[in-house]
Design a protein around this ligand. Structure first.
Ligand code: SF4
Ligand code: SF4
Length: 79
């Protein structure tokens, strides 16, 4: 299932703590920034270890699928 992992860059100070705690390598330090590089591997909201570790409270982890309105394409608009 798709996951949404977001870093709020207004808050993030690129300390890399989240990289250290994530067991599946969702985060990576690239070009002086901590980035979400592999959200597909995220274990989802039941994990939240990164969000707990982030002392700037910059991380949001959500299940990616439940909002069909955001699903792309299929031409099902207007319902
Ligand atoms: S733990 Fe929080 S502040 Fe630190 S790099 Fe990750 S998102 Fe940014
Ligand atoms: S919720 Fe868990 S698996 Fe997902 S990015 Fe955060 S630490 Fe990694």
């Amino acid at each position: 299932m798709a996951r949404i992992v977001e870093i709020d860059y207004r808050k993030c100070v690129h300390c890399q703590d989240c990289i250290g705690v994530c067991p599946v390598g969702v985060y990576k330090f690239v070009g002086k920034r901590v980035r979400v590089v592999d959200p597909k591997s995220c274990l989802g909201p039941s994990c939240q270890m990164c969000a707990d570790a982030c002392w700037k409270m910059a991380i949001t982890v959500e299940s990616g699928s439940p909002d069909p309105a955001l699903a792309t394409g299929a031409g099902a608009e207007g319902h």
